[in-house]
Design a protein around this ligand. Sequence first.
Ligand SMILES: C[S@@+](CC[C@H](N)C(=O)[O-])C[C@H]1O[C@@H](n2cnc3c(N)ncnc32)[C@H](O)[C@@H]1O
Length: 238
Amino acid sequence: WSRGVFAKTPILQGSFILEYRGTLVEKGKLGKINNNNYAYFFKHGGRDCCIDASLDDGSLGRLVNDSQKPNGKIKKIDLGGKPHLCLFAIKDINKDDEITYNYGGQDLPWCSYCGQELCKFVHEPVAPAITGSEVTSAKEQDLAPAHTAKSTKSWLNDHGVGVLDWPANSPDLNPIENLWSIVKRKMRNKRPKHADELKATVKETWASIPPQQCHKLITSIPRRIEAVIKAKGAPTKY
Ligand SMILES: C[S@@+](CC[C@H](N)C(=O)[O-])C[C@H]1O[C@@H](n2cnc3c(N)ncnc32)[C@H](O)[C@@H]1O
């Protein structure tokens, strides 16, 4: 019996899917990993490290299976010197597809049948699986008061949405700000006469933004992070 993570809704290529969460273990302590099945080894700052996800904390990263034909890829993102293993979609993922990445070995015990039809049957979906909209809400978190409020935190927790730690005062990392500015620009010449008309106009304007425009903003996230790191936290062109 083996679990896997499946898409509840389509996920576009380039989207952030989830973080492989666990305890960061550095070289010298690598011998103390509880269960190698849930250990992700990588180099950080020239040192051997591992995220030990043997503890079941309810996060989904630890349940994503290996594939030689993956639809996801783990990228290491450094935030404040701390590595985060983030899984991104490397192709469009359909609803109900299993989400996988390549663990990096050709000789893993299951590799002889991995990527073939049989592989589909060995993994049972876990609940909750991931939905595109949950992914979007995870990405859109920043330190705005509305997002750190207790009720927001408990909603995200109850719905199994993992959020990344967010550096303070970094709207340039948050593409929702670009969308708000598009909405403001489009609404500049509108003159709603009362609150209901204003609400309807805002909704209409949001709906007029094509998904491709959102997708373009989402795929700019790795470039934004690099720019912020390069500027040592100072403002960037984003
Ligand atoms: C990070 S866990 C993935 C979640 C795991 N399937 C579970 O149910 O907990 C890694 C372990 O899952 C299994 N696994 C991963 N990819 C697999 C694959 N393609 N086919 C069969 N088993 C796989 C192996 O036992 C591996 O050590």
